[in-house]
Structure formats: C-alpha cells, structure tokens
Design a binder for this molecule. Structure first.
Ligand SMILES: Cc1cc2nc3c(=O)[nH]c(=O)nc-3n(C[C@H](O)[C@H](O)[C@H](O)COP(=O)(O)OP(=O)(O)OC[C@H]3O[C@@H](n4cnc5c(N)ncnc54)[C@H](O)[C@@H]3O)c2cc1C
Length: 388
C-alpha cells in the first residue's frame, strides 16, 4: 500500500527554500529582468546553502537527496516569484557525469560542482538546422591523437556565460557509417574558460525572457580526449538517461509558477473592488482560477509519480514526459487566468504577472516541445506508428 501523508512530508525543505527566497523579493527579479541581468546573488545563496547540490551523492560533497526533494527545491523557487531557469542546469547537468563518467572524472569534478567552485550549467545539444531532430545534428568531433577536434554550430545554449563547464553532444562517427542514427554521437565535457576564443565563440541571443542563451560556433576546438564521457558513440543514450530527471524538475518549476499565478490571482480577485464588490465574487472571474488550481493539482500528482519512480530506479519515461506536458500546460493556463484577473494592471511590470507570464510560456517549447511529448506518448505508450 502506498503511504498517504496527511501532512506534507517535505514541509521542512519547503520552509527552508522559502526562507532563502524571501531575501530575494519580486523587486529583485523585476529589476534584473529590466536589465537582463543574471541573479548572481540569488544563485550564490542557493549554492552556499547546498540546494543546487541536492542530487550529488554525499560521497562527492552533495546532499544525496532524491528527485522528489530536488523537484520541491525548484518548485519553491518558482513559487516564490523567482525563476529556476537561471540555475537548474547546475542541479541536473552533472547527472551525465555521475552516471557515465569515469571514477577519476567524478572525483575530479563532482566535489567542486557540489561546492559551487565549478559551475556546470550548460548543455549543448540543439542545432540551428536540425532542431528537434537531434540525431541529425551536424557538429563533428574527430579524434586526433590525444585530442578531439570539434567543428560545427549550436543554438539556444543557455548559461554559458555563467558556466565553467559545458556538456557537449557531437557526432564522432558519420551518420552514414552507423546502423542507427542514434549511434555514433558522443558526450564531452568542455572547459568553457579554456575554449572561449580558442575554437569556441558565442553570440548571445536577445529573447523574450531574462534567460542567458547563445549561439555557439566551433571551429577546430581542441578538447583533450580524456574529456570524453563514457564510451565513444553512446552519447545519445547518455543524454536520454538524463532527460527524465530534467523533465520532472521542469514540471515542478511549472507547478511552482502555476501556484504563484493562482495565489496572486486569488489575492487580487479578493481585493479588487469593481461594481461595489470584489471581482472574485463573479463566477466569470473565479472559475478560471479554480480550474487552474484543479489542473495544477492533477499535474502535481504526475510530477510526484515520475519523481518517485525515478528515485526507485524504475522506468519513468512516460510519467516524466506526461508530467512536463501537463505542468507546462497548467502553468500557462494559470498565467492566462492571472493576467485576465488583473485586467490592465496585469500588464504593468510592477505586478510581476507579465514577467512570470513570459517566463512560464517557454516550457511548452523548451527543453522539449509539447508536440514532441505527444509523439512520444503516441508511439511509446500507445503503440501508434512513429510519425516522423
Ligand atoms: C530560451 C531557450 C533556452 C534553451 N536552452 C537550451 C539549452 O540550454 N541547450 C539546448 O541544447 N537547447 C536549448 N534550447 C532549445 C530547445 O530545446 C529547442 O528550442 C526545442 O527543443 C525545439 O527545437 P526548435 O526550436 O529547433 O524547434 P523545431 O524543432 O524547429 O520545431 C518547431 C515547431 O515545430 C514542431 N514540430 C517539429 N517537428 C514536429 C513533428 N514531427 N511533429 C509535430 N510537431 C513538430 C515543434 O513542436 C515546434 O513547435 C533552448 C530554447 C530556448 C527558446
């Protein structure tokens, strides 16, 4: 029988993250949004408190928590009005290293990632000409003696300017020399500090949200062969292994956003008096907020289901994808309800609704678009023919 808790068994984590976030109120994120600045002080505080090292085992200096707890940390950041997008990579990108790196690589990097001395916040997969069709990516890494030489291009690679290390997916065997296109791709750890200006250049992409993301150009970038993670040619499988954790964490962020929208909408609907009564007395105002709350609660159950399966080392691809789909949709519906409830004031930056509205919209597109999740469920859960 599954355990049913009357009280939230994770209240302690929630309270501690909320207390930290309280030092970074709306105005902090609002000002950074205007300046397109990085929340350095906030990320530092999270790092010092150990929250971003939640998934790193204690042997390597992390707290060795599960995905359930890690997802609560991300949820609480977004629920407090912040945006985990600035730092979630530090929590999960190291998973590839942890699962597939050599003992020496793990010993060398994980303790420093856990302490925050090294930031591994970037993962470079997407390319401009192939997009969601990942296995067609064209960036090549060719072995030459004790190095790999990388040439190609990536796009939308986030947080490079706030990373020391980056995970790179590149093709090591040409596609026409492998049986399946998912073979012949490999994962590398790139030292951003050494690579910039020496074969790797970046061009920031101004975008709708305060999210540092870049085009990346590789021209004969040399990477020491020892920076290959795991076996050459198996990189695509390694990336897939990490996606369930990433999707579940992002589902939790959406849920945090969603609860923020519902809280703000409820508060405003109770306070705002028009026609001599609170606007929240009108069903036309209260129903969309109630509906959002219901949909968030449902998505939240799927997020916990995915996280619990992940922590129990059970297959969770379907649940992680469905959680991400449901949560991204629910947070977007909640964003719309919140904006509508605020009327004109929803558009004023000082209410923060328009900022969070823009931020949460991203998650139906990245890190995987909702259509691709539907394709996954159609094919892998329902057994329908592959559609692409
Ligand atoms: C702010 C931001 C940050 C990002 N950060 C990173 C990062 O750090 N690292 C990284 O590697 N990538 C990153 N990405 C890239 C992101 O993962 C991709 O944008 C996303 O996977 C979609 O790929 P695409 O943009 O190439 O869209 P495309 O693949 O061109 O798709 C465009 C549209 O067509 C739809 N579509 C395409 N094919 C099909 C199909 N077969 N069936 C149905 N619909 C289809 C898609 O759903 C989408 O809506 C980021 C993107 C953004 C916007």
């Amino acid at each position: 029988m599954p355990t049913i808790h009357a009280e939230d068994p994770h209240q302690e984590i929630r309270d501690a993250v909320r207390a930290l976030c309280a030092d970074f109120p709306d105005a902090y994120f609002r000002t950074l949004d205007e300046q397109r600045g990085y929340p350095e002080a906030f990320v530092d505080a999270l790092t010092k408190a150990g929250w971003l090292a939640a998934l790193i085992p204690a042997d390597y200096g992390g707290s060795g928590l599960g995905l359930v707890e890690a997802s609560i940390i991300m949820e609480e950041i977004n629920r407090s009005g912040g945006n985990s997008g600035a730092c979630h990579g530090q929590m999960y990108n190291m998973g590839t290293l942890l699962r597939h790196g050599s003992a020496e690589q793990k010993q060398r990097y994980l303790p420093k990632i856990a302490s925050g001395e090294l930031r591994l916040q970037s993962m470079a997969v997407t390319e401009p000409t192939t997009g969601s069709d990942t296995t067609k990516l064209k960036t090549r890494a060719v072995r030459k003696g004790d190095r790999y030489v990388v040439s190609g291009q990536k796009v939308w690679i986030s947080r490079i300017q706030h990373s020391d290390l980056m995970i790179l997916l590149a093709r090591t065997t040409p596609a026409d020399e492998v049986k399946k296109r998912s073979e012949g791709l490999s994962i590398f750890l790139v030292d951003v500090r050494e690579a910039l200006g020496k074969g790797m250049d970046i061009r920031p992409i101004p975008n709708m949200v305060n999210h540092e993301t870049n085009e990346v150009f590789f021209e004969e970038l040399e990477i020491p062969a020892e920076n290959l993670i795991g076996e050459e040619g198996k990189g695509f499988r390694y990336i897939l292994d990490g996606l369930n954790a990433e999707r579940t964490l992002i589902a939790a962020e959406c849920i945090g956003d969603g609860y923020w929208f519902v809280d703000r909408a409820t508060r405003y609907a109770n306070e705002r008096i028009v026609f001599d009564r609170p606007i929240g007395r009108n069903q036309g105002v209260q129903f969309p907020i109630a509906e959002s709350h219901i949909e968030l609660k449902a998505a939240d159950l799927m997020r916990f289901r995915a996280a619990e399966l992940f922590d129990a080392r059970q297959p969770c691809g379907a649940e992680a994808n469905m959680a991400k789909y449901l949560a991204a949709k629910a947070s977007w519906e909640a964003a719309n309800a919140c904006l509508q409830t605020h009327g004109g004031f929803g558009f004023a930056t000082e209410y923060d609704v328009e900022r969070k509205f823009r931020e949460t919209r991203l998650y139906q597109v990245a890190p995987i678009s909702s259509n691709l999740i539907l394709s996954y469920v159609a094919e892998h859960v329902l057994g329908l023919p592959k559609s692409y």
